[in-house]
Design a protein around this ligand. Structure first.
Ligand SMILES: [Zn+2]
Length: 460
């Protein structure tokens, strides 16, 4: 509830707890519930803080008998403008007919199934906040204890994260995991979606998340789980940023379409047609005839398919020539931006904003300090909260950038050798908009790399 209160910009002034005291039993006195009723009627907590509202984990934690409901509603509505929040969200207790609605709720909350459902949801949440595992199944990468790592799976994840940051597609990772014989912890074959779920899970770096939000403690630090992490938070930020970026439609196809040949769609036919224009059709990759020393080739499509069919290049040497061009270019680039991405320069600003917010809360609590009245407090809090949120988003983006830069600093040629075909294609397309393949004339016996004309992308 503390986190929900923070989201609304509310300040918790008192916590009423009646652990292990059933709200449904006649003969049990719930001390804090009685205290709450008295405080609501008086308008302040025992320490004298004004009460502007009540939050309850569930309404059935407050009242499960009609008489309690009546007493609670009466005490709550002694003042105008209070807010009430429970698992159903904000409820208007002043609204006409809410007495009836509340009574119906009392009746419904007697249902045992609902009770069980809520209990398990709550224990789920409180376990998460303590950083304990809540998964019903063993997560892929961990042993059955959900704490220690299963080495081969953990290593596969670590490698996949590295590759995705470097440009590999989820489809490739899926195929690779299938080939390696990995199955999900539920015993199913890996699919695109299940691989993606594994890779974006904050658990990988030790963080806990609920419904896509990191669980944070009172100081806004992510809660670190009790399990062994597989990657660093920095890597996790980078890999999720990369996958999100793809989700927006840039980059790789999603459905598992993987190109077979390195330069399909990149090579264009450079044959000059009879009217003096250049064919410029995208060349296709084909399997070479069996008697040839090389395995594949590129050719301009047949005329019936819109090409001129005049250009043919053997695949191995063409691939090699273009790879060399691109490696040389990447090496030049890496050298020129060898200096590090600077550290995030707004850490102080974030710290200041968090400190300001804490200070604002502290001063508002402080009776001696009369500068901060309720109005000032609630006007300023959302501004600070928003600032903190913006700075955090900026920090995440920066971490992703930094992780990518560090990846790129590695030895370009070695890194190239360990790239998958898709990674190579991505890298090539980043620096080359096309390669024009000029036909080698009659006979076409010797391969001439000079007949491949790279069209470099102009750097921004
Ligand atoms: Zn052509």
């Amino acid at each position: 509830m503390t986190e929900t209160a923070r989201r609304f910009g509310w300040l918790v002034v008192y916590r009423y707890t009646d652990n292990d005291k059933s709200a449904s039993k006649e003969n049990i006195v719930r001390d804090d519930f009685e205290q709450l009723l008295a405080d609501l009627a008086a308008g302040t907590t025992p320490d004298g803080y004004p009460i502007h509202g009540v939050m309850a984990v569930n309404d059935d934690r407050l009242y499960r008998r009609p008489s309690d409901w009546e007493r609670y509603l009466k005490a709550f509505t002694t003042q105008e403008g209070r807010v009430y929040h429970d698992s159903n969200g904000i409820q208007d207790l002043y609204a006409e007919g809410f007495e009836i609605k509340g009574l119906l709720g009392v009746a419904m909350s007697l249902s045992e199934t609902r009770k069980k459902e809520r209990r398990s949801r709550n224990s789920h949440r409180s376990r998460a906040i303590r950083g304990q595992s809540v998964a019903a199944w063993r997560p892929f990468g961990w042993e059955d204890d959900k704490v220690s790592l299963r080495p081969d799976e953990a290593e596969a994840i670590r490698q996949a994260v590295k590759d995705v940051i470097a440009g590999a597609s989820i489809s490739e990772i899926t195929r690779r995991w299938k080939e390696a014989g990995f199955i999900t912890s539920r015993g199913n074959a890996f699919q695109y979606q299940t691989v993606k779920q594994v890779l974006v899970n904050a658990r990988l770096c030790g963080y806990r998340e609920i419904k896509g939000e990191l669980v944070r403690d009172g100081d806004d630090q992510p809660i670190v789980g009790e399990w062994e992490p597989i990657i660093t938070p920095k890597e996790w930020f980078a890999v999720t940023a990369k996958i999100r970026e793809r989700g927006r439609g840039t980059g790789m196809p999603r459905g598992g379409l993987v190109h077979k040949y390195l330069l399909t769609g990149i090579l264009r036919c450079g044959h000059v047609l009879e009217d003096g224009t250049v064919c410029n059709n995208k060349m296709i990759g084909i399997k070479a005839n069996d008697w040839l020393k090389y395995r594949h080739a590129y050719m301009c499509k047949k005329t019936v398919d819109g090409g001129c069919n005049k250009t043919y290049k053997r695949g191995d040497k063409t691939d090699k020539a273009i790879e060399e061009l691109v490696i040389a270019k990447l090496e030049r680039d890496a050298a020129s931006k060898a200096q590090d991405v600077p550290d995030w320069d707004k850490a102080d600003a974030l710290e200041r904003a968090v400190r300001s917010r804490n200070e604002l809360e502290r001063r508002w609590h402080d009776d001696e300090d009369t500068d901060i009245d309720d109005e000032t407090f609630f006007r300023n809090l959302p501004v600070l909260e928003r600032r903190i949120k913006e700075l955090r988003a900026d920090q995440r983006a920066h971490e992703a950038l930094k992780a990518e830069a560090e990846e790129a600093k590695e030895d370009v040629r070695n890194a190239w050798g360990s790239k998958t075909l898709t990674q190579k294609r991505e890298a090539i397309k980043k620096v080359l908009s096309a390669v024009i393949a000029v036909p080698g004339g009659k006979g076409n016996k010797t391969f001439d790399p000079e007949l491949l004309k790279p069209v470099w992308r102009t750097s921004e």
